[in-house]
Each structure stands twice: as C-alpha cells, then as structure tokens.
Design a protein around this ligand. Structure first.
Ligand SMILES: [Zn+2]
Length: 499
C-alpha cells in the first residue's frame, strides 16, 4: 500500500477539506495538490476565492467598509514603521474569500472543516506524532465536534517548519495560521455574526479577533507554512517578494515580476502638503512657488514635501493618467493633513478648459468617469463646449472640496499660498513679489497638446452670465446644486465678476 493512502485516516476528524485558490493559479494548484496528497489529504477540494479586481471589492471600498488610513490598521499610529499600514485590495479579497468559506460551511451538511491555502508548504511530516493530536478522542475533548461551541485549530505559522518529535495542543495562543487550520460550523457562524467591516487582515480576524471569542488551540509546533512568504518560491498574491524575483531563472518572467515588485504599494505615504485643483488651474504654479520657498512639492509627482496634481482619486482601482511615479499614479495611497485647493476664476479658466476637454482626451475621459461616479452627472450629455467646460470645472472642484481640500488659495495669490505652507517651524524668506507674480504668468502659458498649441477663446462676463441664465431647467438645477455644495470661499473666487 502506498504510504500516503495510509495517512487518510489521520484526517478523519475533518468532514470537509478545502484548499483556497484563485481561478487560473495553476502553479499554486499543482503545488497544493502535491503537498496535500502527500500527507493523505487527497479528499480535498479547491475553493475558488475572490480576485482583487472583483466588483465586490470595488463595492466594499465604495461603501467605506474597509478601514481607512490614517491611522495604520496594524498599530493604530498616525506615523509608524509598519511595512504595510493600509489595507490593499488583495488583502480585502483574501478576507472576503475566507468569509465565503465560512458561508459555505454554514450552508453545508458538514460540521467540521480543514482549510489550507494553495501555497501551503508541509515539512518534516510525522504521521505518528500527528495521530496523537488529531485522533477523534482528542478532538472531541477539545470540543471540536460540539455544535454549540465555536472551535478553531491552528496548525501553521509563517516561520519555517521545524522537526517535531512530540505535539500537543496549546490553548489561546492565537497564532496567525491561514496556511492550515481546522474549524467547526459553530465557528463559521461566529465569523458571520462578528463580521461588520474589514478592519484588519483575514488571519488577524480569524486567529486573533474570532479566536478570542471561541475556543482556540494551536499545535505546540507548527506542521505547515507557505511557499510564497516563508521560502519565497511561489509568487505571493498579496505583497510581491524580492526573493521570489531573484530566484526566477527565466529572464522575461523575471522582468515582469520585478516590475510588479517595484510598482507594488503596501504603505500609504504621509506628506506635509497635498495640493489639487482643476487641469490648467494652477497646480503647476503652486509647485513652482513651493520650490521658491524651498519646499519640495512635485508637479504630478510625489516629492519629499508632497505633491501638486489635479488628478484626485479616492479609491485604489483607478489610476491617474499623467504621473511620474507609483504614488502619483495611485493617489489613494497619499495622505496629508494640509490639503490645499487652488481655485481659478471661472471666467479666466474657461478658455483653457475647453481646449483641455477637447484636445486632452485622456484628461477628459478620466474626469468624466470620476464625475459620473461621484456626482452621477454625465458630461457627455452636454454638447456645447462652453457648457461642458463650465460643468467640468464646477464638478471637479466639488469632488475635491468634498474630499477635504479645505485650504483655499486663489491662483496667483502667492501670499495666501505662503500662509498655507507656513507652520510654526517654517517661516519662508520671501523673494520680491514681482518675481513671484512673474511666475504666475509664465508657468501655465502655451501648454502644448501632442506638440501643438491652441489659441484659447476669451469670454466676457456678460456672455457667461447670459449662458448660465439661459441653461435648460434640468442643467440649471444641477448647476445650482453643485454650486451650493461648494464653500462660499470657493464660490467667491470661482464666480468672481459673474454676479
Ligand atoms: Zn503601524
């Protein structure tokens, strides 16, 4: 008889054995099949988890059901040294996958379950010693078969597996062990009842939060770990690992994985200043002024003191179309207490906004998508370029203002900007005002689109007042609602000379 078939009975205490995987993860599935069958777990079935771009993940972020930064979800501090201080979509996906497993358990006819992850690594397997702790009598004593008592059995650890010559169950150790763990139906029900919001990673939720409300045991020495974190020989689906890239032989694969590793974000960045506004609305000017004060704020690029970019996104799924580094591409991971909004008067900004809407197609489609999502308003339904420009400006200011950009500075007002930058420690030596005024005129003029510059149209106050007055009713209602949503400070600048 093949040895590992003889191991089958070792696992009789578990009626259902599941291995969490994702569709298409063939390499991991092959590895898991080998690991599990080798120890007699050939009755397992794959359980399809949730992918990190699944609509359910998008929704859960939109509904604010993911713990938001700051503070760090791990240590609770505003600024800390944790490698991962913000919950990213793959962590949320993993969390939902385990909730799905508990839901499956509740709806199944079975009472006891064993779960493994598809990158599980089992080493120094010792059937004899394991029989001592996995036999039915021992599990019964632990209340594992009790339908009233939630019970959790942890068998894994992120540390390498060591040789074990004896094993026993230790109570309330609460070791994170998604790699391999057993639970009963009552525990699955506890998970369903206790889940309100994603406040941490799935292993902390299962093995700390839920474990503290259940009876939990950990093996005195763990029998499983994983390949992706512990030995880095399988690609990690949460945080890419340097070690995995290094051990790859195929140079093409290596390049692809290296890029993933370099572009991965697992930490939200805390910067002193974050400046935003509309396109062609003064964000470049603000970054230039900052530099004259010795403050390092990048234009559409994250620098040591912050970033100035009109591309604001409050979720991790949409990327900024124009950016110079991974943070300016994913502004969701930037945080600042000083959020400055540069406002350009409508009358002055309309001409360049019309050009931006028509000649910068990526910029327009990006804003259109976000405006539609946030304000349920479709810019494409306005056919007149002037109307489209008015709405694209007012909607964009509204979205940014609603996202706490509350320090308002009129474009060109470097004195006010200086005030916004100032802190007790930071008093800036100001150059002659003439120099700074000159910068305002210089930075934004003559922007080229695909190498061409366009002449912008100028409007008179009367033309704009007339246009706004004669808008069709439905547009007029939207316009007034959006206008009302802004602060009076923003309105005063935006509608300067239009009252
Ligand atoms: Zn922390």
């Amino acid at each position: 008889m093949n040895n590992n078939l003889g191991y089958n009975s070792l696992w009789n205490g578990f009626e259902k054995v599941l291995c969490l995987t994702l569709e298409g993860e063939i390499e991991r599935q092959r590895s898991a099949t080998k690991e599990l069958c080798n120890i007699g777990l050939d009755k397992f079935q794959f359980f399809q988890g949730v992918k990190n771009n699944d609509q359910r993940i998008v929704k859960i972020y939109e509904q604010n059901n993911v713990f938001s930064f700051p503070p760090c979800f791990r240590c609770g501090e505003q600024k800390c040294n944790c490698d991962n201080n913000i919950l990213i979509p793959s962590q949320v996906a993993c969390f939902l996958s385990f909730l799905d497993i508990f839901e499956f358990a509740i709806n199944s006819p079975f009472n006891t379950f064993l779960v493994a992850e598809d990158d599980i690594q089992v080493k120094h397997f010792n059937e004899k010693v394991l029989r001592e702790v996995l036999n039915i009598e021992v599990l019964r004593e632990l209340s594992f078969f009790n339908s009233e008592i939630p019970c959790l059995l942890s068998m894994g650890s992120p540390e390498p597996v060591k040789v074990y010559r004896e094993l026993y169950w230790e109570k309330n150790k609460q070791n994170p062990s998604n790699y391999l763990f057993g639970f009963n139906k009552s525990f699955a029900k506890l998970a369903k009842d206790e889940f309100k919001k994603i406040n941490t990673t799935s292993d902390v939720f299962i093995h700390r939060v839920l474990a503290s409300k259940a009876i939990s045991y950990s093996l005195s020495s763990h029998i499983a770990t994983d390949y992706s974190w512990c030995s880095e020989t399988i690609r990690s689906l949460i945080h890419p690992k340097r070690g995995y890239v290094t051990q790859l032989k195929d140079s093409n694969k290596k390049l692809i994985e290296l890029k993933k590793y370099q572009e991965h974000i697992q930490k939200a960045i805390y910067v002193p200043y974050w400046i935003s506004g509309i396109p062609r609305g003064g964000t470049k000017w603000a970054s230039v002024i900052a530099h004259t004060f010795g403050i390092d704020i990048g234009h559409e690029e994250l620098k040591s003191h912050g970033i100035s970019s009109w591309m604001y996104i409050d979720n991790p799924f949409i990327k900024a179309p124009f950016c110079k580094d991974k943070y300016s591409e994913n502004p969701f991971y930037i945080y600042s207490q000083k959020k400055i909004l540069i406002v350009r008067p409508l009358l002055k900004g309309l001409g360049s906004q019309i050009i931006e809407n028509e000649k910068n197609i990526q910029s327009y489609s990006f804003r259109k998508k976000i405006i539609q999502k946030n304000l349920n308003f479709d810019l494409d339904k306005i056919y007149c370029p002037l109307g489209k420009a008015i709405f694209s400006i007012i909607c964009w200011y509204l979205i940014i203002y609603k996202n706490s950009f509350k320090i308002v500075v009129r474009i060109g007002d470097h004195e006010k900007l200086k005030e916004a930058f100032s802190t007790k420690e930071n008093r800036f030596p100001i150059k002659k005002n003439e120099d700074l005024d000159f910068l305002y005129k210089d930075v934004n003029s003559g922007k080229k689109y695909l190498g061409r510059s366009y002449l912008k149209q100028d409007f008179t106050s009367e033309e704009i007042i007339d246009y706004i007055k004669n808008m069709p009713n439905n547009l007029s209602n939207c316009f007034n609602n959006f206008k009302e949503g802004l602060s009076s400070e923003i309105r005063d600048i935006l509608f300067e000379n239009l009252n």
